[in-house]
Ligand binder design. Structure first.
Ligand SMILES: [Zn+2]
Length: 65
């Protein structure tokens, strides 16, 4: 099974541009949401997303699209 799931932003619930498989594991991954422009540190295991720390301040130097 190569089922993939779009990760949703834990802040606004919008779909991000990141897809994960059921066997994908992310640890301390900075998930960027293009809608609310926030970065959230997350873990993902078996498509379950858990928030480590939500950033309230945007680091502008890291956002250049
Ligand atoms: Zn968002």
């Amino acid at each position: 099974m190569n089922e993939t799931v779009w990760l949703r932003c834990p802040v606004c619930g919008n779909k991000t541009r990141l897809k994960v498989r059921h066997d994908t594991e992310l640890i301390n991954f900075p998930l960027y949401c293009p809608k609310c422009k926030q970065e959230t540190l997350i873990n993902v295991k078996k498509t379950n997303l858990s928030v480590i720390k939500a950033n309230t301040h945007i680091q502008k130097e890291n956002i250049e699209l």
